[in-house]
Design a protein around this ligand. Structure first.
Ligand SMILES: Cc1cc2nc3c(=O)[nH]c(=O)nc-3n(C[C@H](O)[C@H](O)[C@H](O)COP(=O)(O)O)c2cc1C
Length: 187
């Protein structure tokens, strides 16, 4: 079975991120695809802000810290991802970039979808994350989610996505699952 992690991108108190992740998982489960979906909350794997002299990514994926090993093993165990990213100053979040910086080969030759949100739809965050992940040979699917804090959230805090997004999100999920399955063959 193809395993897809729906990866959160914010850890702050009061974040809206997890609501979006949970909704995406609901949509994914409804599609009855040949794939299983789980939420990977970076809050459960949160490491200090990355501040190392050398890239920690190692060919044998054994790190000196147990906390990094745990995060590494989770990403390693997945065939694909759907990243849920907020937008901060026209980029993905610092915390998600930092979590990614700890790893490397764990992401290689896997597929991802990206779902962004923010006051200006999170499109710049999505594009920045696409570029970051390309560095690790992650194939990002064409369709992406773009939710507005003004029209897809009540009081900018409770996620109530407009119906118009459903078809796009289904395309993100289905294409990611397909590509994740296909890319297994070259790992
Ligand atoms: C410092 C700061 C910068 C932000 N910059 C952007 C931005 O460039 N584009 C955007 O669409 N939203 C921007 N926002 C709005 C955030 O995307 C919004 O607060 C969102 O709820 C953050 O996600 P979270 O609640 O899951 O942490 C910014 C918010 C803050 C606090």
């Amino acid at each position: 079975m193809t395993k897809i992690g729906i990866v959160t991108g914010s850890v702050r108190e009061g974040r809206v991120n997890l609501q979006v992740a949970e909704w995406v998982k609901e949509q994914a489960d409804k599609l009855n695809l040949d794939a299983e979906f789980e939420i990977v909350d970076i809050k459960d794997y949160e490491l200090p802000l990355f501040n190392e002299a050398m890239p920690p990514a190692m060919a044998n994926k054994q790190y000196t810290s147990e906390d990094i090993n745990r995060w590494s093993q989770k990403i390693d165990s997945l065939d694909g991802f759907i990243f849920i990213t907020p937008e901060y100053n026209k980029a993905t979040s610092t915390v998600l970039k930092s979590q990614i910086d700890y790893l490397g080969p764990e992401f290689g030759n896997k597929a991802t979808g990206i779902v962004g949100y923010g006051s200006t739809l999170g499109v710049a965050a999505t594009q920045s994350l696409r570029q970051i992940l390309a560095n690790f040979n992650v194939a990002t699917v064409g369709p992406f989610g773009a939710f507005s804090l003004f029209t897809d959230f009540e009081n900018m805090s409770t996620f109530k996505p407009a119906e118009v997004h459903t078809a796009t999100i289904e395309a993100v999920i289905a294409t990611t699952a397909n590509w994740a399955k296909a890319l297994k063959t070259i790992r």
